[in-house]
Design a protein around this ligand. Structure first.
Ligand code: NDP
Length: 334
């Protein structure tokens, strides 16, 4: 099966036809523009690999949806996520990275050079590919969740918590992220409910202790969310207790904000036919390296990291990927 759309199905104008026929050759193609992608670009450009970077669906990555980043070393006063990404891009371009708008929509890693399709029409042939496509927050999939997106529903407390200062909010999930989000929100809000589907938290002990000891946080175990209600903005959540049990009951909590913290999905779908991934879709890398199961293809950042998922770790693995790519090219005399 081919990942490439049949050419005759594409819109036709002269420029596009020209583009379709030509495939561009690059030594190092970087897919994704978060801290991992830009750091890979800085290193690859400085090593004369002439990298081309495609920015993807969300240029700058997940950090562009956050406000202040205070834990990235070297910024004692903190920096906003969008500003940091802007500076990383400038730094990557300063050394010659060709940063472009565009989304990788298909790949063919069955032969060398590797082929990546951009925006379903242009083919890039790359000697090395660095995958830095990140991860996307998961949602429950409720209709009402979609309805109130941006009107009370959020998957990022650090981005949006500020808007709920002094208000009542709920966080869904029982892992480390949910606890961190709940604790963060408890510093801003009047009351924080944690909606946990099991009868225990899966988070680390230290975070659990902080949650249980926080006077503003109330953990609601064995609850699932049935729907959100409100007039234009979220005003209440309807929960069901002990789903699928005879004593299932419905209860309503009054809230202004509804935060999801139920995990992330790695953006690896287009690569999974070729590359080894774990049971959750994270691209597997050889421990201590950015090497995937195919020589010449490297992965960095959240798409291969289910554990740390920090800007600084993403940047670190981006650096590794560029160094691994450079060595691969040298070893193969490319
Ligand atoms: P996790 O997968 O660890 O936890 C997800 C939570 O969401 C679980 O409680 C899960 O419930 C719940 N959940 C999943 N789907 C649904 C659903 N449809 N409805 C209701 N609840 C649902 O994800 P995290 O993002 O918390 O953490 C990911 C990784 O990152 C972990 O390894 C974590 O340790 C790490 N991390 C570490 C941090 C730190 O050390 N400071 C901070 C943040 C993350 P259930 O338990 O029932 O499956």
């Amino acid at each position: 099966m081919s990942f490439f759309k049949p050419l005759e199905n594409l819109e036709s104008n002269d420029d596009q036809k020209k583009e379709k026929k030509e495939s561009e050759q690059v030594r190092c193609l970087i897919i994704g523009s978060g801290p991992a992608g830009y750091t890979a670009a800085i290193y690859a450009a400085r090593a004369n690999l002439n990298p081309v970077l495609y920015e993807g669906l969300q240029p700058g990555g997940q950090l562009t949806t956050t406000t202040e980043v205070e834990n990235f070393p070297g910024y004692p006063e903190g920096i906003t996520g969008p500003k940091m990404m802007e500076q990383l891009k400038i730094q990557a371009e300063r050394f010659g990275t060709d940063c472009r708008w565009g989304i990788a929509t298909g790949v063919d890693f069955s032969s060398n050079p590797h082929k990546v399709v951009i925006d379903e029409r242009q083919v890039i042939e790359a000697d090395t590919v660095i995958i830095a496509t990140g991860a996307t927050a998961k949602y429950l999939g409720l209709e009402s969740e979609q309805k109130y997106m941006g009107s009370g529903v959020s998957a990022c407390a650090t981005c949006d918590g500020f808007f709920f200062k002094g208000k009542d909010v709920a966080v869904v999930g029982g892992g480390d992220s949910a606890c961190e989000e709940a604790l963060y929100l408890a510093g801003l809000c009047n009351k924080v409910y944690m909606i946990v589907r099991k009868n225990y938290l899966r988070a680390s002990k230290i975070l659990q202790d902080r949650v249980f000891n926080h006077p503003k946080i109330e953990v609601l175990f064995e609850r699932n969310t049935r729907e959100l209600r409100g007039d234009k903005v979220v005003q209440e959540a309807v929960l069901i207790k002990k789903k699928d049990q005879p004593e299932e009951t419905e209860e309503v909590i009054r809230i202004d904000g509804f935060f999801l913290a139920i995990g992330h999905t790695p953006n690896s779908e287009i690569f999974s036919k070729y590359l080894d991934t774990n049971e959750n879709g994270y691209i597997k890398t050889i421990p201590g390296t950015s090497k995937t199961s195919i020589p010449g293809i490297f992965a960095c950042g959240d798409v291969q990291d289910p554990v740390y998922r920090q800007a600084v770790t993403a940047a670190g693995t981006g650096c590794m990927a560029a160094i691994d790519a450079e060595r691969y090219l040298a070893e193969h005399g490319i």
